[in-house]
Ligand binder design. Sequence first.
Ligand SMILES: C[S@@+](CC[C@H](N)C(=O)[O-])C[C@H]1O[C@@H](n2cnc3c(N)ncnc32)[C@H](O)[C@@H]1O
Length: 400
Amino acid sequence: MSFIFVCYQVAKNEIIWQWVKKDLACHIDTKKEYICRMNNTQLINEYFQVIDSNDPFLLNGDSFEVLSKLPDSSVDCIITSPPYWGHRLYSGGGIGLEKTYTEYIQNLLRITYELYRVLKPTGSFWLNIGDTYRSKKLQGIPWRVAIGLMDEQNWILRNSVIWNKHKGGLDSSKDKLRNMHENIFHFVKDEKSYFYDTTKIRSDARKSIIKNGSVISATGVSGIRYKRQIELSTSLSHEEKQNAFNSLNGVLERIKIGEISDFRMIIRGQQRATHSDSEKVSGRAKELYQKGFYFLFYHPDGTLPGDVWEIIPEDTQKRTEHYAVYPEDLCKIPILATCPKNGIVLDPFSGSGTTSLVAFKHNRKSIGIDISAEYIEFSKERINEYKYENSGALQLFDQE
Ligand SMILES: C[S@@+](CC[C@H](N)C(=O)[O-])C[C@H]1O[C@@H](n2cnc3c(N)ncnc32)[C@H](O)[C@@H]1O
């Protein structure tokens, strides 16, 4: 059965978009009740303003061209992986085939310039990019691009994540290590007002327990060791020891009532200050010098993910259609932390539609752009398949 995406007016100011059967659309057409297939700009505007489902919107075309039709400050989050320089030939051509890396970076920056315009001031841009060897020389492409974005386009870099792929290339090299990682950069436009919801990405906090009448923190700290260290300290004065005991008891009480789940105590002469021992450099070292101790508290809602992500590459699936699919897990933290619920995610190099699929699974709208019509079709099938398997609902996209 075949469907097309149509827009029709049901009342004066009420416009509805729907996937309808092709012949029904023709029927509406002859009665002149539907407005017709619109051009991209109108279509995109309607997607932003009218559609209230999270069905992804997939567009075939060169990103630079398609992006120029998107309104300013209209998407919440961009997650993408452009073709790496000189790595592969995709079915639709596009960037990555330039003779020099400078040309490649220029072409990529032309597109990121548009991305800057379409991203809301509260938005985030996550860029996954790999490196390339030429004549045995690693080209340093990810950082060249990142520096270009910061220096030429005002992007603010918040994190440089290392994606540890665990599996590397072939290990037949006789003169270098296997390449196991790629970079993922997190950029924002405004360092003060960008959206970031840490509660959605913290790991579950482990709980403290009571054992033999004593309270024990999530990682087994009972306070006994600290009490002995305070007692035996030759570095703390009598008054400092008294204060340290009182504070430690206060902290154990807070653990007991569940206000905090874990802590560490740093005592002068026993543990090293966390950052630097120099009081000039570290506020904590100063506290240690003046008071004799301080505490480090762990977040009661669990820990934040770090900037090294352990994710196995997606090489078992979808290889026949598109051979650079990134893992769904790669989009999870970016979407959960930096795209508000009901926000819009954009992938300007959407390939097999992974970003849109993850956005859909997490109740976000998404726009995917790819230069290859074949990949767009494949993405539609992939998302349809997911929808079908999970709800048995009517398929989303045009299918014969
Ligand atoms: C590394 S792949 C993206 C893979 C994707 N993350 C996934 O999981 O399937 C890069 C994609 O960029 C597309 N591409 C290359 N140049 C483009 C351009 N100028 N505009 C739009 N898409 C382009 C290629 O067709 C390819 O599908």
